[in-house]
Design a binder for this molecule. Structure first.
Ligand code: SAH
Length: 394
């Protein structure tokens, strides 16, 4: 291995020694000449002692660590990491089931693969690289993931057009690295969903809400349900199976509304309990007549960066206050934030403020989070992003 080396400044090695998987550019003391974005580099302390291997990238995070051991980053490395990832999904009972073929196989730092996300939909894996380093390794990763899944995955769709750093100028097209198109329906907990991995957001579906959707199913019987920010209609379909009296789905995107209608029809053809509306959330909440017994608020990330935090918190407060003030007596609110920049405590405070503004009595029944196929590396708490509360409103 003839890797280039980056050495850290004195006093800047602590976080790596605690297995935090990022090196910030400000910690770098010296870098060998000719290091290019995407290269695997050795990271050492100021005395040349080995600390980690990782992908170099341009920006405030300069290295994302692949290994804290000195070893080749080769096909065997990818096979090992991917089979660990697949093993975890079998161990937690998500892979290898007949009623569920939808799960996250790789969750970046949570699987010691920073910059890589892979979601599995039946025989097709959708892979996203968030770093040039992962992009450069995509072919080896595709082979390793097919091996790791033991024949259940045949097709690998690469979807990094929007996730790779624009400035890297890779001009990357989305497309199949292995196999080809093979159906577009995935099964989650026995429910079926059309997945539009080509045009859909992220990898085409929000796998991270699976368990929260199941919880909602348990509460849906006999209730009128509003699924706000419905996207593919995940919560709506679970509410219907749970016996909801009526389900209204709202999203500002008409494509999302079409997807929701298609997914409801796929599971509950000719069921008249469901209606979908393409409308802005605030407009809908401000103008709606009649309340709902159960409201879901699962908006897009309001704060993509720390500097957008203040406005994001105000946004969460305003949105939750609108829902809490209009929900029926005894109603339930499932409210979420997927902004990584917003902490659990900050989100809870924003919702607390919303409740106080409405003057209604509100209790927390459940505190929700991302599921086990989106593991959080304990040394990388930044990996925790999804949080939610189930509130009962008197
Ligand atoms: N709950 C969904 C995921 C929601 S993603 C699931 O379980 O899969 C966020 C959605 O919010 C997107 O579909 C986006 O189109 C929609 N959206 C964004 N801004 C909106 C607004 N102002 N009003 C209504 N919907 C909005």
């Amino acid at each position: 291995m003839n890797l280039k080396t980056i050495s850290l400044r004195k006093g800047k090695t602590e976080s790596l020694k605690r297995f935090h998987p990022w090196v910030f550019s400000g910690a770098i003391g010296h870098a060998d000449a000719g290091i290019a974005e995407g290269d695997v580099v050795r990271v050492t302390d100021e005395g040349g002692r080995f600390l980690a291997l990782g992908h170099y990238q341009v920006g405030s995070i300069a290295v994302r660590v692949l290994s804290f051991e000195e070893r080749p980053i080769d096909a065997a490395f990818w096979r090992e990491r991917l089979s660990e990832a697949a093993g975890l999904r079998r161990a937690i009972g998500l892979a290898g089931r007949s009623d569920n073929d939808t799960y996250r196989l790789v969750h970046g730092e949570g699987d010691r693969l920073p910059g890589l996300v892979v979601d599995v939909y039946g025989p097709t894996a959708v892979m996203q690289a968030h770093s040039v380093g992962m992009h450069c390794c995509r072919e080896e990763i595709a082979d390793a993931l097919i091996d790791a899944c033991g024949g259940s995955v045949r097709n690998v769709f690469y979807k990094s057009e929007t996730t790779l750093p624009f400035k890297a100028g890779l001009g990357q097209e989305n497309g199949f690295l292995r196999g080809g198109p093979e159906g577009d329906v995935a099964t989650e907990n026995g429910l079926r969903f059309h997945i539009d991995w080509l045009r859909g957001q992220k990898t085409g579906f929000f796998v991270d809400q699976r368990e929260n959707r199941s919880l909602l199913e348990r509460y849906a019987a006999g209730r009128s349900v509003l699924n706000m920010f419905c996207y593919t209609g995940g919560f709506s379909v679970y509410a219907m199976r749970g016996g909801a009296r009526l389900v209204h789905s709202v999203d500002s995107s008409s494509k999302a509304i079409d997807l929701t209608r298609a997914n409801v029809a796929l599971n509950f053809p000719d069921d008249t309990r469901h209606e979908a509306f393409a409308e802005d959330a605030f407009r809908y909440l401000d103008h709606m007549t009649g309340g709902y017994d159960l409201i879901v608020l699962d908006p897009p990330a309001f704060a993509k960066h720390k500097d957008a935090l203040r406005n994001a918190l105000k946004g969460y407060t305003r949105l939750n206050a609108a829902a809490i003030s209009r929900i029926e007596k005894g109603g339930l609110l499932f409210t979420f934030s997927c902004s990584q920049a917003v902490s659990k405590e900050q989100f809870r405070l924003a919702v607390f403020t919303a409740a106080a503004q409405t003057g209604r009595h509100v209790r927390i029944l459940h505190q929700l989070h991302q599921p086990a196929d989106h593991p959080v590396n304990i040394y990388h708490p930044e990996g925790e992003y999804l949080k939610g509360l189930v509130l009962e409103v008197e």
